[in-house]
Design a protein around this ligand. Structure first.
Ligand SMILES: [Zn+2]
Length: 287
């Protein structure tokens, strides 16, 4: 949130009478000064939201995730900025994939999984995650999970300690997330930073976001400069995984470079994709 960047004294009195009680609270509490200010502003914002979010400027920082938000459960793989119009027109023409259980299934803004698709062979891969709970986002399809275990073991031998950040995401979870974002900022905006249900690769059970075991830069751009990212780029293909959204291929994948998001496709395909410098889209097109 960027609330702190806004000096408390410069907040203008909202014009709407509905937010005035919140503003009054701000004036009273801000006299306490110092470290209280942040809390006071939050209180002001909370009051504003309770009153219906009448003032756009104050409601936005709380409710709208950044378009460049990292790929965590709260904010999904971020589509390339500026493609909102393109994606909006695509939305009507999204096709449903016929082979959702294939390890090479293509899921992107143009190809969606069938509604309510649920992979059948889900397991908890025996690798460390940044959290302890055995919950949905720890699950993966069995074949991908076993390959992930081998990948983690190989990384460890090379002195690279990886951790899972987020793997499976069900259609229902994606639907709830997307509906939440659409409600807050409108569907046209939501689709610029969130994936519509059925179109997130995490729903296949074949994709996972990784970080180093310290969790630094987890699903953030700065992960690109870590030794873990370098190791993954060089070694993931040997274990059937690809860096799904490579740098420089944004116009093909529809997503920004995400060095942390790996996708299982099997070793035959992963090795060919890596050696030829392809994306999954390009690989399938040449088939
Ligand atoms: Zn991801």
């Amino acid at each position: 949130m960027k609330i702190d960047a806004q000096p408390i004294g410069k907040i203008k009195a909202p014009k709407s009478p509905y937010v005035y009680p919140g503003y009054a609270s701000l004036i009273i509490f801000s006299k306490a000064g110092g470290t209280m200010n942040k809390t006071i502003v939050s209180l002001f914002m909370a009051v504003t939201v309770l009153l219906g979010g009448c003032t756009k400027n104050t409601a936005e920082p709380i409710l709208t995730p950044s378009a460049s938000s990292p790929d965590t459960d709260a904010s999904i793989d971020s589509p390339v900025p500026g493609t909102a119009t393109q994606m909006k027109s695509d939305a009507a023409g999204v096709q449903t994939v016929k082979d959702p259980d294939s390890t090479t299934v293509l899921v992107n803004k143009h190809f969606a999984l069938p509604a309510d698709y649920k992979p059948k062979d889900m397991v908890f891969p025996d690798v460390p995650f940044l959290f302890k709970e055995k919950i949905e986002k720890r699950e993966m399809r069995q074949e991908a999970a076993h390959a992930l275990e081998a990948l983690f073991a190989a990384a460890k031998q090379d002195g690279i300690r990886l951790a899972g950040v987020s793997a499976y995401r069900s259609f229902t979870t994606q639907k709830v997330l997307f509906a939440h974002y659409a409600e807050q900022s409108g569907k046209a905006n939501a689709i610029t930073y969130s994936a519509a249900p059925g179109t997130s690769e995490h729903e296949t059970g074949l994709a996972i976001d990784l970080s180093g075991s310290d969790g630094k830069c987890a699903a953030q751009d700065c992960f690109a400069d870590t030794k873990e990212a370098a190791w993954l780029a060089a070694n993931a293909p040997a274990y059937g995984y690809i860096i799904r959204y490579p740098k420089g291929k944004e116009s093909i994948t529809g997503y920004q470079y995400e060095p942390w998001h790996i996708r299982y496709v099997g070793t035959k395909v992963s090795k060919e994709i890596a050696s030829k410098g392809l994306t999954l889209e390009e690989y399938l097109k040449q088939e």
